[in-house]
Write a protein that binds this ligand. Structure first.
Ligand code: SF4
Ligand code: SF4
Length: 372
């Protein structure tokens, strides 16, 4: 059994999970959760780990990533211990602990640090982008007091550091889950390829999330699929992936500004629409709080959504600007904003909620390995 951390409950509270000490272990939450199963039982087990200070058990739990924060468990908890919010807080806690530099801990715990880091990074990235346009008047002025090579080097250091940190975070999580899986190895029932196939199916369809987002207080079951949380999440995820591919295609085929009918442009337009649709609805739900799930949104979550939204909107502006020959200066400013925001999203991947995009599929893989 792993070491006990007596300060764990206090530490977890800083990541947004504050009510779970009211739990009296009735098990109602696990009974109502439509995603809990034989090989992955939650959230009651995670509450026990949290109360007993079992940090390593939490960090090596695939169960954390099985939850989509639908809120069914919180709505039915007789002690208002808010197990759904505990699961969300534990995921933030895990992201912060997998990442080795300590920056994620500061981002999740300190709003001023989070804002400051974003602004500093935006400034460095702005300078870095100007090094790619050395003939601009602004670029020449900046290079007159800070050499081109220094700015370029700073940009490369930032990218290398964040890339390495992301890899170390993924390695740390996989190692823990794999160790736990090995101790259960007699339960391995599926091959690697079958398991990967199951993960890809889940990413493509959000089948588990669809099962989950039916019913906090029967609110969502009366709504069409297009506005349910699973579809909002699906739109954001596929919108972002599509835009990433469109950008890579644009970069490879080097003819991005001429027509909106290039395949990469069509992919970018459709993906951008999904991204804007999903992020707009997700922010709307956080503002209007239709269910309890949306009551405790952290600044880091807001910033993540807002950045995605801005990236989608500015991307569209560039499409419109190219099609209708709009002001070149304005388009260049918006292009800068779009690129800085997109780069920040990529750079802050390991240090933000965005990291769940890597951690959840890994956890799903270990779940699939143990399933019939
Ligand atoms: S969190 Fe609530 S529902 Fe779950 S075991 Fe504790 S008291 Fe029961
Ligand atoms: S929030 Fe939903 S998915 Fe998560 S543990 Fe509770 S009932 Fe299950």
């Amino acid at each position: 059994m792993s070491k006990v951390d007596p300060k764990l409950a206090k530490d977890i509270a800083k990541y947004g999970a504050v009510d779970f000490s009211a739990c009296y272990n009735c098990g109602n939450c696990t009974a109502v959760c439509s995603l809990t199963e034989e090989n992955a039982s939650f959230p009651r087990m995670m509450i026990r780990y949290s109360m007993l200070g079992m940090k390593e058990e939490i960090l090596s739990s695939k169960e954390l990533w099985m939850c989509y924060h639908c809120g069914d468990c919180s709505a039915t908890c007789p002690r208002q211990a808010d197990p759904g919010e505990l699961m969300a807080g534990l995921r933030r806690y895990a992201i912060a602990n997998y990442e080795p530099s300590g920056i994620t801990k500061l981002i999740f715990k300190s709003n001023p640090f989070s804002i400051l880091l974003t602004l500093v990074l935006a400034t460095i990235l702005g300078f870095f982008l100007l090094t790619m346009k050395p003939d601009f008047t602004v670029s020449r002025w900046i290079f007159s007091w800070m050499p081109y090579a220094v700015i370029h080097l700073m940009g490369l250091i930032v990218f290398s550091f964040t890339g390495l940190t992301a890899l170390l975070g993924i390695f740390s999580m996989s190692r823990r889950l794999n160790r736990k899986h090995s101790t259960d190895s007699n339960k391995t029932k599926k091959s690697v390829f079958q398991s990967i196939g199951e993960v890809l199916t889940e990413i493509g369809t959000m089948g588990r999330y669809q099962k989950c987002s039916t019913d906090e207080g029967e609110y969502w079951s009366t709504k069409p699929n297009l506005v349910r949380p699973w579809f909002v999440h699906w739109s954001i995820m596929w919108g972002f992936i599509g835009l990433l591919f469109a950008t890579i295609l644009d970069f490879l085929f080097k003819d991005p500004a001429t027509t909106i009918w290039l395949p990469s442009r069509i992919l970018g337009t459709v993906s951008g629409l999904f991204l804007i649709y999903g992020t707009s609805l997700a922010m709307y739900y956080r503002m209007t709080k239709p269910t309890k799930t949306y009551e405790a949104t952290k600044l880091a979550d807001w910033m993540f959504l807002f950045f995605l939204w801005i990236a989608g909107l500015t991307g569209f502006w560039m499409e419109v600007a190219v099609s209708f020959n709009l002001s070149e200066t304005l388009s260049q400013v918006i292009f800068m904003i779009h690129t800085i925001i997109s780069m920040e999203l990529v750079i802050l991947f390991a240090f933000s909620k965005f990291a769940h995009a890597a951690y959840r599929p890994i956890a799903l893989y270990f779940l699939a390995r143990n399933r019939e």
